[in-house]
Design a protein around this ligand. Structure first.
Ligand SMILES: Nc1ncnc2c1ncn2[C@@H]1O[C@H](COP(=O)(O)OP(=O)(O)O)[C@@H](O)[C@H]1O
Ligand SMILES: Cc1cn([C@H]2C[C@H](O)[C@@H](COP(=O)(O)O)O2)c(=O)[nH]c1=O
Ligand SMILES: [Zn+2]
Length: 199
């Protein structure tokens, strides 16, 4: 009897496909991409139809795949604008978006539209740029999300939880693709000290 009630509810859940927005944000090396890949792979195990998008400009490890710093990967569709997601996500249960900080502000409305249609949307991206300023559509997405998870890297100077990606090269452009040669995750104290030393 109990099992039947449980199965009925499970079926209801599958049929109604409750839409929601989940945001995974934090600094570089905090595990955002790994968490996105983990959630998308679990959705695939549950036989859900998944599609992962990433900004086409992010060609760091691969032009096509979403790849973590530990080389975990999952196939993705590169896009130039957020509106492409609406066109490409028909008949999909779960939409994943990586490096969302590089997409336009329209992404907020796109995610809302998808969730309102019953789609589960999982967005991963940097909460702040190298100067500590909120990055692209991520803050707006946090505001409308059903769930926000802030993940943390380890500060490479002191071993505390990092909160920001410190840029190691002299370049003021907001967008600068890079890895460990270009950025290091730091805690608040070590970041302040690093800025003072740079002056
Ligand atoms: N300082 C660090 N703190 C935590 N993880 C690190 C650090 N440096 C390298 N890593 C590696 O980065 C991985 C996370 O990679 P990834 O999911 O691509 O992060 P993100 O997408 O947030 O940049 C960790 O599992 C770890 O192996
Ligand atoms: C802080 C910061 C980062 N970037 C770039 C550097 C990387 O190419 C990506 C972040 O990748 P990750 O998966 O989160 O490690 O963003 C940038 O362009 N500007 C910045 O301020
Ligand atoms: Zn520190």
């Amino acid at each position: 009897m109990l099992i039947n009630i449980y199965n009925d509810r499970l079926c209801d859940w599958r049929i109604s496909r409750p839409g929601r927005i989940e945001v995974v944000c934090g600094s570089m090396f905090s595990g955002k991409t790994e968490e996105l890949i983990r959630r998308m792979k679990r959705a695939k195990f549950a036989k859900q139809r998944v599609e992962i998008f990433k900004p086409a400009m992010d060609v760091r490890y691969s032009a096509e795949d979403v790849v973590s710093h530990d080389q975990n990967s999952i196939p993705s569709t590169p896009i130039d604008t957020s509106s492409s997601i609406l066109l490409l996500a028909s008949n999909i249960d779960v939409v994943g978006i990586d490096e969302a900080q590089f997409l336009d502000q329209g992404l907020i409305d796109v995610c809302n539209q998808l969730a309102n249609k019953g789609i589960r949307v999982i967005v991963a991206g940097l909460d702040m740029d190298f100067q500590g300023k909120p990055f692209g559509p991520i803050p707006g997405l946090c505001a409308i999300a059903d769930e926000v998870v802030k993940v943390h890297a380890i500060c490479v100077k002191c071993g505390a939880l990092a909160y920001i990606s410190h840029r190691l090269v002299d370049n003021d452009k907001r967008v600068l693709l890079g890895e460990k040669q270009t950025y290091e995750p730091l805690c608040r104290e070590c970041y302040q000290r690093a800025l003072q030393e740079e002056q």
